[in-house]
Ligand binder design. Sequence first.
Ligand SMILES: Cc1cc2nc3c(=O)[nH]c(=O)nc-3n(C[C@H](O)[C@H](O)[C@H](O)COP(=O)(O)OP(=O)(O)OC[C@H]3O[C@@H](n4cnc5c(N)ncnc54)[C@H](O)[C@@H]3O)c2cc1C
Length: 297
Amino acid sequence: MKLWNHYHTPQTVDEALALLRQYAGQARIVAGGTDLLIEGRAEQHPPHEALVDITSIPELVTIQQDGDWLVIGAGVTHAQIVKSALVQQAAACLVESCGVVGGPQVRNVATLGGNVAHALPAGDGTVSLVALDAQAEVILNGERRWLPIQDLYLGPAKSRLDPSRDLLLRFRLSRATSGQASAFNRVMRPQGVALPVLGCATWVQLNAERTHYVSARICIAPVGPTPSRAVVAEAVLAGQPVSEDTLRSAVAAAQESLHPRTSKYRATHEYRHELIAVLLRRTLTTAVERACTPAAV
Ligand SMILES: Cc1cc2nc3c(=O)[nH]c(=O)nc-3n(C[C@H](O)[C@H](O)[C@H](O)COP(=O)(O)OP(=O)(O)OC[C@H]3O[C@@H](n4cnc5c(N)ncnc54)[C@H](O)[C@@H]3O)c2cc1C
């Protein structure tokens, strides 16, 4: 089955944009192709007129430190993220979430940008980027700018980016400082479609003595059409002592404020409600342990 008529591998962002303009809405960006090409085959789309492969653009496939930011190209693969010492240092939850995407073959080609642009609320990389309060650099309607990651999402599989005209270029995260740490965990169906029953990424900032939470960011998904923060549970943690009582209050707040629905592909509401407690407890405990480890920043 033919999936495209022309395949281009631009070497610069300008070349990619020129190709998108040339095909006037008939070309489509591709990175690893693990969502796009599989959908094309499964849904028996007519071939794309052109695919514009962004994975040869150096700026989009590098991970680098830029002052206080860690910058990750949209074309960086999940496998590259897992191996990166820079990401391990700054964003353990992102390493953990990229490390469970598909199997090794998928992780070797599938990209963080593709995970975000596909706009599923429970994309594993996406969940961690939301908890890390990442920003995305985009070319949207011809204008290059940085946006909070959550601003990219409109609904399930709907992003503000038109992948026949717009480009996702890079992500940036604040580099972790002393007392900050994160963790990710998910529960997946043992077989069948690649949909997590629930995923959770948690980031914490503890005080200098490591006795109190200064702040926390939590993303539990999918519990709605777009990935979002568990803000009620975050507010419960802020300023409170690191203790079993605080953890219980945060779990209760998350369970009261989030409403995962029953899904025939995932699980029942009741089961997923219980998982909120399990995953938040696991990730919060791990993030706090990491924040208390002197070697970890
Ligand atoms: C067997 C299998 C298992 C999987 N398991 C998981 C899993 O456990 N967790 C999970 O989250 N996902 C999973 N996936 C889904 C997929 O692998 C990931 O979402 C992956 O990160 C997609 O990246 P990609 O580079 O392959 O995207 P592509 O398929 O190349 O692109 C996806 C979409 O994003 C657009 N796009 C890509 N890059 C850009 C860019 N830079 N700018 C603008 N638009 C862009 C494309 O046009 C397309 O619409 C799985 C897929 C398979 C086939």
